[in-house]
Design a protein around this ligand. Structure first.
Ligand code: EAX
Length: 357
């Protein structure tokens, strides 16, 4: 309730700033661009951008968003004013995507899996063991297929993806025992993201998946409402899930992409030069996010281990047993979904980037 109220008052504040700026005919901020804004023709209207996120300040995704703020404000000479509210301050992933779609808020970051409630287009990228490593995944998203996916989402949802952040390679944790084979998953209540694909994947592995908002996850683990969860090292470390989980398995079942998104109507309403600033700032944000994700991985692993959570690193053969166990998730996808960016397109590109990386 509190969060909702806070969110509404923030959204209203953002609307008021825009309205005032529009009425005032610009020139209202001393930091307005000098000489750089060709397309806005000297119009110094200030646009406020509220960005909502799901992870703590120190996480590479939030660090990317802080970079976005810095670059966007600097390149726009203050015409873009960006406020970042990370760590679920404005709501969980679902609320954030809904608010951006409704235009109540301008931007957000959430896992791609959250888009399953809005469109089928991005679901296939959540299929198990699709990418060989993070470099292959980056190459996939930075290819024409990544662009096609973003375009399909934009036309279907009104949400424009301006950057593909690394959320990370997902690993499984639980409080009961080490997981080495799918048999070890039996009877474990594992919280999964609110996507039918993840529910199916964990069912195929033998677990009892429970979809739940990420915002409720720490408490659910602490209170034993669920036995386990899956998230990349970065999240398990920065959200301190190791405090309430004893075992982790480096399963690497998915590489999860986080969409850095903007309400498309808002984006289109910006003068062309400011649209370009948004694009450039998002690019800088993605660079920071990906570099930090790589640089800090070992540190996160150590934090988790030092925090008392034992990590099991699977051999390729052991991982292959999980790969075979979850092959049915591909059939589940084919039976239930028919996106315009077809599964064939996604799989062909995945094969290509896997071979090259
Ligand atoms: O956006 O829901 C999840 O487990 C995600 O990895 C998290 O929300 C980060």
């Amino acid at each position: 309730m509190n969060k909702v109220k806070k969110f509404i008052s923030l959204a209203l504040a953002a609307t008021m700033v825009m309205a005032l700026a529009a009425c005032g005919g610009g020139g209202s901020t001393s930091g307005a661009a000098s000489g750089g804004s060709a397309a806005s023709g000297g119009d110094k209207t200030v646009y406020k951008i509220t960005v909502g996120g799901t992870v703590p300040d120190e996480h590479p995704i939030s660090q990317g968003m802080f970079k976005f703020k810095e670059v966007a404000e600097q390149l726009s000479g203050g015409q873009l004013q960006v406020e970042v509210y990370d760590n679920n301050t404005l709501g969980g992933s679902r609320e954030l995507v809904e608010a951006v779609q409704a235009g109540d808020m301008q931007m957000c970051e959430t896992s791609q899996s959250m888009y399953a409630s809005f469109t089928e287009e991005l679901m296939s990228v959540g299929l198990p063991f699709l990418f060989k490593n993070r470099q292959a995944a980056y190459a996939f998203y930075d290819s024409e297929v990544g662009t096609q996916l973003a375009e399909a989402i934009r036309t279907q949802t009104g949400i424009r993806i301006v950057g593909y952040f690394e959320n990370g390679i997902r690993q499984v944790t639980n409080s009961k025992h080490a997981i080495v084979t799918p048999a070890d998953m039996k009877g474990l209540k594992i919280r999964v993201m609110e996507s039918p694909l993840y529910i199916d994947m964990f069912t195929q592995m033998g677990a009892n998946p429970m979809p739940m908002s990420f915002a409720e996850l720490y408490t659910a683990l602490q209170q034993g409402t669920v036995d386990g969860q899956d998230n990349p090292y970065a999240i398990t470390a920065t959200n301190a899930f190791y405090e309430v989980q004893k075992y982790m398995t480096d399963l690497s079942h998915t590489f999860d992409i986080t969409c850095f998104s903007i309400n498309d109507e808002f984006y289109q309403s910006l003068p062309a030069d400011l649209q370009k600033v948004v694009d450039e700032a998002a690019k800088a944000a993605v660079e920071v996010n990906r570099q930090q994700s790589i640089d800090k991985e070992q540190e996160y692993i150590k934090t988790i281990q030092d925090g008392g959570c034992e990590i099991t690193f699977l051999t390729d053969e052991q991982r292959n047993v999980f790969r075979e166990a979850t092959a049915g998730t591909y059939d589940f996808f084919t039976k239930n979904y028919n996106p315009t960016v077809t599964l064939e397109t996604v799989l062909a590109k995945a094969d290509e980037v896997n071979a090259a990386n």
